[in-house]
Design a protein around this ligand. Sequence first.
Ligand code: FES
Length: 343
Amino acid sequence: MSDDTTAADLVRTAHDDAALPERFENPGLPPHRPRMADTDPAADKRAERQVVALFAISVLGTVGALVAYFALPSDGTVESVRQTTLLLGLGLFLGMAGIGVAAVHWAKTLMSDHEKVEDRHPQRSDDATRAAAIQVLRDGAADSGIARRGVLKGAVVSALALAPLSIAVPLIGEVGADWNVSKFRHTVWERGRRLARDPSGTPIKASDVTIGSVFHVIPEGLADEDHWIEEKAKAVVLMVRLDPRDLTEAEDRKDWSYEGIVAYSKICTHVGCPVALYEQQTHHLLCPCHQSTFDIADGAKVVFGPAKRALPQLPITVDEEGYLVAQDDFNEPIGPSFWERLK
Ligand code: FES
């Protein structure tokens, strides 16, 4: 459009357009092209023979499947099961595909080839149907008696108006809730606290932990804590003893294990499921929720899955009686990452 086009020009153009006939003509149907089978009797016969052959293939396939089922029963060996399954599958495939392809070929080559046009009917219902629908609604309202029962009307309106509050009020209450996530930074593990079996609470001696064994661990005396269930949810640990030669330990973590015994948070760093499926040969720990996999032999680093960081480690040692004890809390906050984490 040139710079000196005026509003009047635009209006005039719009009016001119309105005066134009329809821009796109209905192209209609393309000219009818007769098929070979319509004009050539030999082609018609050929198409018929093809359809018959396809149905015959279907018959042979079905018979073949039955023969495979009855005449070649599997003797239980993998090889015979394979063979029977292959022949059965082949027979069924030919039986079904033969019918399908024959039907399509028959329709395309031999059935009548008249093009038909079916106009769409208007979407709008006719006036009588619309009036009937409105009458149904009116009858329903009249049946309910709501117009002449004032108290009932008030009760319905009150119930409908108040019902959303049961959802809205708790949500509004959350606005002022304790959103301080610092409580997730620490657990009840502390220096000298013994590692105990979950759920009995019996403390564990290092000498009880054999190579390859797995212990589900809680802090000793957990049941005496306030809110012990919440504390347990954060403090659960999976402890494994490996051959120390299999362990790959970072320089600053060399003294966090004890003679091959390592302890890691059981809370998945993806979205917090308990990670407790230990694969002894690979030393992999699998989370059942979304298959995050952690390598216990290498700092519980993520080797597969959606988790983005290693499981936090609980540094451990033994006390003078030989019981396993924590050296401190976990090395970092347990569980899924959250927005106020420092690391
Ligand atoms: S919670 Fe463990 S992988 Fe998702």
